[in-house]
Design a protein around this ligand. Structure first.
Ligand SMILES: Nc1nc2c(ncn2[C@@H]2O[C@H](COP(=O)(O)OP(=O)(O)OP(=O)(O)O)[C@@H](O)[C@H]2O)c(=O)[nH]1
Ligand SMILES: [Mg+2]
Length: 371
C-alpha cells in the first residue's frame, strides 16, 4: 500500500485547501486481477442475489437452479429467507407441469422405470425433472447411489434434471423442501416432474399430497402382504403398474395383473372420475412405457375437464399451509429450552405411574404458552 501523501485523484483541486480533505491511497498495478477481484466473485458465488437466482432459474441455468435448490434445502435461517424470496418471485412461472409420484417397495424397479419413462418423454420433446423423497435417506444412503447408476442415461440428458432427496431431517422438513423444489423446477421449464419415493410407511401419503398422478409400481408376485403394501397405499394410487413383466416373470405378471384388477373393483378410486387400473410393463426392456404416458395424458385431460385437477392442487396448497403451521409449532414446542428441560422428567413420571398423560400434556403446554 502506497503512503504517498502527495497522491491525489485527477478531480482534486490543485492547491492545498480545506475543500479536499481526503487522503487517497494509490492502487496497485493490476489490482483488478488481485485480491479485490477475487474476493467479489467469491462473495457472489456464495450468496447470489435474489434477482440473480430468479433470472437463473427462469432461464433454466442448471447451476443456478441447483444452487436455488440448495438454498431451499438449507437449514440456515438466512438461506431460508433468500429461498422464500426467490419462490415468491418465481411463483407466476410455477404450476405448469404434470407432477407424477412413483412409489413401490424397495427394488420394485422405480428408478429403472424413471430412466425408461424419462428417456421416452425426452424423445417426445419434454423436459423432465426427477426428485426423490426419502425421509430415511440419511440412513440408507445406498439407495441414492443406486439411483445414479440406474438413471445413467437420463442423468446425462440436458433436458433432464435429477435431484436426490434432501438428506436428514424430519418428514415435514423433507416434504417442504421437496415441494419447493418442484416449484423451482417448474419455473425452470420442466414440464414433467417425477417424484420417486420408497413405499414404506408415511412417505407415500406425503408424496400423494404433492402430485397430480400417483403410480404404484409392483412386482409380479401374488398377495399384497408379500409386497409389504397395505390396502391403504393401493387406495392412494391412480394406476398399479406391475413391472418386470419380462422373461420368466411374464406369466406371474399376467396373473398378478388379473388379481389386482379384481381387487381394484372393491377399492374406492383415488381420483374422482378416474378408474384406477392394473397395467403391465418392463422397465428393463422398455415395454409398456409409452402406454404409461398415454394414460397419464388421458388422466390429465379428464381431470382438467371435470375440475378435479385444479381442485386437488388448490386443496394441496391449503393443506400444505396447515402442515407448515403444524410443523413449525411442533418444532417451536420441542425446541423450547424449558420444554427440553422438563420433558424427560415428565416422561419419567408417566413411566413410573406418578403422572397421568393428560395432566402431563397440560402442564407442559401451560409451561410453553406462559413463557
Ligand atoms: N427383470 C426386470 N428387472 C428389473 C426391471 N426393472 C428393474 N429391474 C431390476 O430390479 C432391481 C431394482 O431396480 P430399481 O430400479 O433400483 O428399483 P427401485 O424400486 O428404484 O429400488 P429402491 O430405489 O431401492 O427402492 C434392479 O436390479 C433392476 O435391474 C424390469 O422391468 N425387469
Ligand atoms: Mg430407486
Amino acid at each position: 500500500m502506497s503512503d504517498d501523501k502527495s497522491y491525489k485523484p485527477d478531480w482534486a483541486p490543485k492547491e492545498e485547501n480545506d475543500a479536499f480533505a481526503v487522503r487517497v491511497v494509490k492502487g496497485k498495478e493490476n489490482e483488478a486481477e488481485t485480491s479485490a477481484a477475487k474476493f467479489i466473485p467469491a462473495m457472489k458465488k456464495n450468496i447470489p442475489s435474489v434477482m440473480e437466482l430468479v433470472q437463473g432459474v427462469i432461464n433454466n441455468n442448471r447451476n443456478v437452479l441447483a444452487r436455488a435448490i440448495t438454498l431451499i434445502e438449507s437449514n440456515s435461517e438466512q438461506h431460508h429467507e433468500t429461498a422464500q424470496q426467490v419462490l415468491q418471485e418465481i411463483l407466476p412461472e410455477t404450476g405448469k407441469s404434470i407432477r407424477v409420484g412413483i412409489t413401490g417397495v424397495p427394488g420394485a424397479g422405480k428408478s429403472t422405470l424413471i430412466e425408461a419413462l424419462g428417456m421416452y418423454l425426452i424423445s417426445q420433446g419434454h423436459k423432465v425433472a426427477v426428485l426423490t423423497v426419502d425421509p430415511s435417506s440419511s440412513i440408507t444412503k445406498g439407495s441414492i447411489l443406486g439411483d445414479k447408476t440406474r438413471m445413467e442415461k437420463l442423468s446425462r440428458e440436458p433436458n433432464c434434471f435429477i435431484r436426490p432427496s434432501p438428506s436428514g431431517g424430519t418428514l415435514g422438513g423433507v416434504t417442504r423442501k421437496s415441494r419447493e423444489t418442484i416449484l423451482a423446477c417448474e419455473a425452470a421449464g420442466y414440464d414433467v416432474i417425477l417424484v420417486e419415493t420408497v413405499g414404506v410407511g408415511q412417505s407415500e401419503i406425503t408424496v400423494r399430497s404433492m402430485v397430480d398422478f400417483f403410480l404404484l409400481v409392483m412386482i409380479p408376485s401374488g398377495g399384497d402382504e408379500l409386497q409389504g403394501i397395505k390396502k391403504g397405499v393401493i387406495e392412494l394410487a391412480d394406476a398399479l403398474l406391475i413391472n418386470k413383466s419380462d422373461g420368466d416373470l411374464r406369466n406371474k405378471a399376467n396373473i398378478a395383473k388379473a388379481d389386482y384388477s379384481n381387487a381394484l373393483h372393491y377399492i374406492m378410486p383415488a381420483t374422482k372420475g378416474w378408474q384406477t387400473r392394473a397395467h403391465l410393463c418392463s422397465a428393463l426392456e422398455g415395454t409398456g412405457i409409452s402406454e404409461i404416458w398415454e394414460m397419464i395424458k388421458k388422466f390429465e385431460e379428464i381431470t382438467k375437464e371435470n375440475g378435479v385437477f385444479e381442485n386437488r392442487r388448490k386443496d394441496q396448497a391449503v393443506e400444505w399451509m396447515s402442515r407448515m403451521i403444524e410443523n413449525e409449532l411442533l418444532d417451536k414446542f420441542y425446541n423450547d429450552s424449558k420444554i427440553r428441560e422438563k420433558l424427560p422428567v415428565i416422561k419419567e413420571k408417566i413411566l413410573n405411574g406418578n403422572l397421568w398423560a393428560t395432566a402431563a400434556a397440560e402442564s407442559l403446554l401451560k409451561e410453553f404458552w406462559n413463557k
